[in-house]
Design a protein around this ligand. Structure first.
Ligand SMILES: NC(=O)C1=CN([C@@H]2O[C@H](COP(=O)(O)OP(=O)(O)OC[C@H]3O[C@@H](n4cnc5c(N)ncnc54)[C@H](OP(=O)(O)O)[C@@H]3O)[C@@H](O)[C@H]2O)C=CC1
Ligand SMILES: CC(=O)[C@@H](O)[C@H](O)COP(=O)(O)O
Ligand SMILES: [Mn+2]
Length: 379
């Protein structure tokens, strides 16, 4: 029986992780759940899965939650609550599925406590990839990808040596506006941007898909997860999201992972690896699909992917700044404070103002993250 703890249990990844836990009651026991403000859903989850520990954002929410769940479940809140869900319980594996670089420190706490990490929260590696991977190595803790592209690459590598890899290729759907030119983006609304063509996901990652920042974050995530240089990470537009990503080896063999766009597949694989039990996802019928299509990435159409490669190659604190500026710009767009295309210009101008320093300690990363947020708020 694997004991799991979920950071972000009420979100898109969190709820699908619980779907998998419910689908395999003989394999999983839910130990601890952390959410932000969705007390009603967390109460439902706690009543159903009976974790030993739950956490919410504030004391007021914790007091409300206490009256809604069975006695005996510990209720915590705030940073300490998240840390306890990450590290202060008997979970074997922590599913890191909060949104944004707020997920970074709890993930590090879980690593330090020796937990295996099922990593959905890509911002953790973008902000602090050097620190997180070094700590995981030192503690002997696996970082197992949940992000669909990275799960596809992990599955395609299947233990191969990274020295045998010619290139990793991340596929990109093109997001909500994939069939529009740049001159058609001036007046797009939040509701338009939230309509992802293939995946149902949280708001932030859906906007990131529309700007292509998501693929940029994923390029940086791949650099750290697979310890591969940026020259060997490529991106390809694949509007159907059926080939989730692939690896080309030096012998010119390409190994890909395919399937319906359903996050329960990579979530389950991260939790059952190397086993592959039945999943609740539906089968892919290639004959019914008929064809798959591809386009080269257009770096002028999507400046965020160019900025991500530039930040990645600059190294140090540049990727933390890319991420933090993007988080603020996306939040401002979702609050209807700025138009869609200002997301790009805010990230670009914040990066241009930043003096990159080494990012080998958390202090420098925290400082760069906070600095970028301030700049991006006032752009
Ligand atoms: N959704 C997807 O299909 C995919 C997502 N990812 C990545 O996974 C991560 C999660 O994405 P997604 O599930 O879509 O996001 P959602 O916005 O759907 O969910 C975010 C979760 O984080 C919780 N949360 C927010 N703030 C806090 C906090 N301070 N303390 C504890 N919990 C908090 C939210 O709680 P509440 O709602 O209660 O406030 C919610 O449970 C992101 O990094 C995303 O890029 C990667 C691949 C696919
Ligand atoms: C499901 C998942 O992994 C998302 O990160 C997904 O990749 C978004 O799709 P695009 O970024 O390809 O639009
Ligand atoms: Mn992805």
């Amino acid at each position: 029986m694997k004991r799991i703890s979920i950071l972000g249990s009420t979100g898109s990844i969190g709820t699908q992780t619980l779907d998998i836990a419910a689908f395999h009651p003989e394999r999983f026991r839910v130990e601890a759940l952390a959410a932000g403000t969705n007390v009603d859903l967390l109460a439902e989850q706690a009543n159903r899965f009976r974790p030993r520990l739950v956490s919410v954002a504030t004391k007021e929410l914790a007091d409300k939650l206490t009256g809604m769940i069975p006695e005996g479940i510990r209720v915590l809140y705030g940073d300490e609550g998240v840390r306890e869900v990450a590290a202060g319980n008997d979970a074997d594996v922590v599913v890191s599925a909060m949104v944004g670089s707020a997920g970074c420190e709890p993930t590090l706490a879980a690593i330090d406590a020796g937990k295996a990490i099922a990593l959905a929260n890509k911002e953790t590696l973008v902000a602090a990839g050097a620190v997180v991977t070094a700590r995981a190595r030192r503690r002997g803790v696996p970082l197992i990808p949940v992000d669909s592209e990275h799960s596809a690459i992990f599955q395609s590598l299947n233990g191969s040596r990274i020295d045998d890899v010619l290139a990793l290729t991340l596929t990109a759907s093109g997001g909500s506006f994939r069939d529009r030119g740049r001159d058609e983006l001036a007046d797009v609304t939040v509701a338009d941007a939230l309509k992802h063509p293939n995946w149902s996901m949280g708001a932030k990652v859906t906007i990131d898909s529309a700007t292509m920042a998501n693929k940029g974050l994923e390029v940086i995530e791949a650099r750290w997860l697979f310890d591969v240089d940026y020259d060997r990470i490529r991106v390809l537009v694949h509007p159907e999201s059926i080939i989730h990503s692939y690896v080309e080896f030096y012998d010119k063999s390409i190994i890909a992972q395919l399937g319906q766009p359903d996050m329960r597949v990579p979530i389950q694989y991260a939790l059952t690896f190397p086993d592959r039990p039945l999943s609740p996802a539906s089968s892919l019928d290639l004959a019914a699909l008929g064809k798959l299509t591809f386009r080269p990435m257009d770096f002028e159409r999507y400046p965020m992917i160019r900025l991500a490669y530039e930040a990645g190659r600059a190294g140090g604190t540049a990727t933390a700044v890319f991420n933090a500026a993007n988080e603020i710009a996306v939040a401002r767009f979702l609050a209807e404070d700025i138009p869609f295309q200002r997301i790009e210009s805010i990230v670009e101008s914040t990066l241009a103002k930043h003096d990159v320093v080494a990012a080998t300690d958390l202090g420098a990363i925290r400082e760069a993250d906070a600095w970028a947020r301030d700049v991006a708020k006032s752009c």
